[in-house]
Design a protein around this ligand. Structure first.
Ligand code: BTN
Length: 313
């Protein structure tokens, strides 16, 4: 079943504009009112034009999956696709349901960081219901990281790499981040929302100066815009394949693929955990997705993904 631009997104924006019109103090000033109405007509027109950016029909044509993306909700604007996905999952949405937004007003990254989500990017969340324990949730993040990286390499012949715990890099810069959030009960996972943010058809100039040094976009790397629909279909296909391997054959296979794509295993890194820094050699990632760092005194630290920052030094 396909839902396009339903009320949580675009329609809600329109309603807000209409309400502003009817409650605006400008209504008592006929001259200024004309400007206000022109402005509203212009912004409604702009929204209608921009809304055509991600086409559910095109996705439907290209889709090669069994369950991921078979149920699709495409919005113009939401606060965060992870929040919409979570609400839908709690209402009983099926596994594989995908929520896409063309922009997010409160997109978030790991550790509550803000996630810049302008038009032209791919901002979406997938509802999964794996029968796994809470301690295995980080395996989902790594599984999705492998899938997105493989999709980019396959579709654009790039040399994308995974960076622990949840980034995808192209030429050493972050092009994509994965935010996995779960609902658990007694150590058992009830549902997982995997939020994926991919800087696709965006220019670097749109980013703040502070992000420009570490981020990149597909448009920047490929010097052209890409089809968001066909990229989404490739990503859905890769995620479904890796996810099924993980659930049916175990995590070992996915982990070895992850390591083969890893950006900094064997490199010196600086790790920041809740404001505290230490340096060492990134030696490995274990079966629960923890980073193993060897310190200069020979001891080993196991770093669990969470509020952690890692950079190559
Ligand atoms: C990170 O690298 O910190 C993770 C970024 C995840 C961003 C995506 S965009 C779609 C989904 N909705 C959100 O609010 N966040 C994720």
């Amino acid at each position: 079943m396909y839902h396009s631009k339903s009320i949580l997104g675009a329609t809600a924006d329109f309603t807000t504009d209409m309400l502003q019109l009817s409650t605006s103090p400008f209504l008592t000033h006929p001259k200024r009112n004309t400007h206000k109405i022109c402005f509203l007509i212009h912004s409604l027109y702009k929204q209608i034009m921009l809304k055509a950016m991600i086409s559910t029909d095109k996705i439907k044509e290209d889709l090669r999956t069994r369950f991921i993306g078979r149920r699709l909700h495409v919005y113009d604007t939401v606060s965060s696709t992870n929040d919409v996905a979570r609400a839908l999952a709690l209402e009983g949405a099926e596994e594989g349901t995908v929520i896409i937004a063309e922009t997010q007003t409160k997109g978030r990254g790991r550790a509550g960081r803000e996630w810049f989500s302008p038009r032209g990017g791919l901002w979406f969340s997938i509802i999964l219901k794996p029968k796994i324990k809470a301690r295995e949730v980080s395996r989902i993040t790594l599984t999705v990281g492998v899938a997105v990286t493989a999709a980019l390499n396959r579709q654009f012949n790039l040399n994308a790499e995974v960076k622990w715990p949840n980034d995808v890099l192209v030429n050493g810069r972050k092009v994509c981040g994965v935010l996995t959030e779960s609902v658990t009960c007694d150590e058992t996972v009830k549902m997982v929302v995997v939020g994926i943010g991919l800087n696709a058809n965006i220019t670097l100039e749109e980013f703040s100066r502070s992000l420009r040094g570490s981020a990149t976009t597909l448009k920047e790397e490929l010097k052209k815009e890409v089809s968001l629909e066909s990229l989404l279909c490739e990503i859905f296909y890769r995620i479904e394949s890796e996810y099924v391997v993980f659930l049916t054959e175990g995590f070992a296979q996915v982990l070895s693929e992850w390591k083969a794509l890893a950006a900094f295993i064997g490199k010196h890194v600086e790790v920041t955990v809740v404001g505290r820094k230490f340096r060492g050699m990134a030696e490995d990632v274990d079966e629960y997705g923890s980073l193993i760092v060897r310190l200069s005194d020979g001891s080993v630290k196991r770093v669990v993904a969470g509020d952690v920052k890692v950079r190559i030094v």
